[in-house]
Write a new protein. Structure first.
Ligand code: PHE
Length: 340
């Protein structure tokens, strides 16, 4: 190859290698443009002797092609570098922000309450059972001494699945019946689970919520046992020696029945917004198991007696953390949930 042409190719190669996007355009003009040496050579071919014409013409064209493709390659590699840099700057780095360190999930505050209440009762000798959320009228009402057309049914209107036979359970109390059907006394069990009521939701009501049922049946079980267990529970769960009081109440499946209040832990009984200035907060319903319930599961109601209690898991969680709207539990709002 002609020395001059070879020199041009080498020089161009060096400059192209180090060029950025802007200078690459200048090099294109410099080596391939109208005023470039190669174009000049091609233009002046007529001045060359015939034997050199073809040779030099071919070499100059070849040189142009080489330089042109080098410029193209450089352009592509510059574009790739720029693109990579841009991607690097803009892309979501999944490896870093998502998986490393992996954001750990946590239990829902209501589930956490159920777990810690279960652990407390386990330490008091209770076992843990679960029952179905779809119940028959028998388990949810009849066996619990709530006959058809009894006004007590009004307090727990539910969602019926078919002709008044299958329904969504309104409380965890059917768990009492399932347990007693399966086991002979002594029985000591808690039944946590989801329950449903046909009612509009507001700050303190929800059509879906959770309860924890408790049941103990044996010979010689008295109200004193019930009181002792519930007081122990309150002290352990709220981690404070709060006073507990039993107020007479009414449930079809317990007799006598009581509502349990505990001293307001926000004002220590002095009276505040949470306890509506009474100093007391209602936390659960309870009582001695009604003989008709024992009879429904074919227990000897002369020989055995027992106590039962039921509490709302959302309510207890709200009390523990001072949450004033039950709907917050169901909105899936991470800002709220991450606090627990
Ligand atoms: N099942 C009752 C309710 O949902 C609570 C309860 C349970 C009361 C056990 C007494 C005994 O209101």
């Amino acid at each position: 190859m002609n020395d001059d042409i070879e020199q041009i190719i080498n020089k161009a190669a060096k400059e192209i290698k180090n060029a950025d996007v802007a200078s690459l355009e200048n090099l294109k003009v410099k080596y391939l443009g109208k005023k470039s040496v190669l174009t000049q050579i091609l233009k002046s071919l007529s001045h060359y002797p015939v034997e050199n014409k073809k040779k030099i013409g071919t070499q100059a064209n070849k040189a142009k092609n080489i330089i042109e493709s080098e410029i193209e390659n450089r352009k592509i590699s510059l574009r790739k570098t720029l693109f990579d840099e841009k991607i690097q700057k803009e892309k979501l780095d999944y490896s870093k922000s998502f998986y490393f360190p992996f954001p750990k999930g946590s239990f829902h505050p209501v589930i956490e309450t159920i777990q810690s209440i279960s652990a407390i009762f386990k330490s008091l000798g209770f076992s843990i059972a679960e029952g179905p959320e779809i119940e028959t009228d028998w388990y949810n009402f009849e066996a619990l001494n709530i006959p058809k057309n009894h006004p007590a049914r009004d307090m727990q209107d539910t969602f019926y699945i078919d002709e008044m036979k299958n329904l969504l359970r309104t409380h965890t109390s059917p768990g009492q019946i399932h347990t007693m059907e399966k086991h002979q006394p002594p029985v000591k069990v808690i039944v946590p689970g989801r329950v449903y009521r046909n009612e509009a939701s507001d700050a303190s009501h929800s059509s879906t919520f959770h309860q924890i049922e408790g049941l103990a049946v044996n010979e010689n079980i008295t109200f004193v046992d019930l009181k002792a267990v519930l007081m122990d529970f309150v002290h352990k769960f709220f981690e404070a020696k709060l006073s507990v009081r039993f107020r007479p109440s009414y449930f079809q499946f317990t007799e006598p029945s009581a509502e349990v209040d505990m001293q307001c832990m926000f004002c220590k009984g002095k009276g505040c917004k949470v306890c509506k200035n009474s100093g007391w907060i209602e936390i659960l319903g309870c009582g001695m198991v009604h003989p008709n319930v024992l009879k429904a599961v074919k227990y000897d109601s002369d020989k055995y007696m027992g106590y039962a209690f039921g509490m709302g898991a959302e309510r207890i969680t709200m009390l523990k953390y001072g949450i004033d709207d039950i709907r917050l539990f169901y909105e899936n709002d991470l800002q709220f949930l991450k606090q627990f």
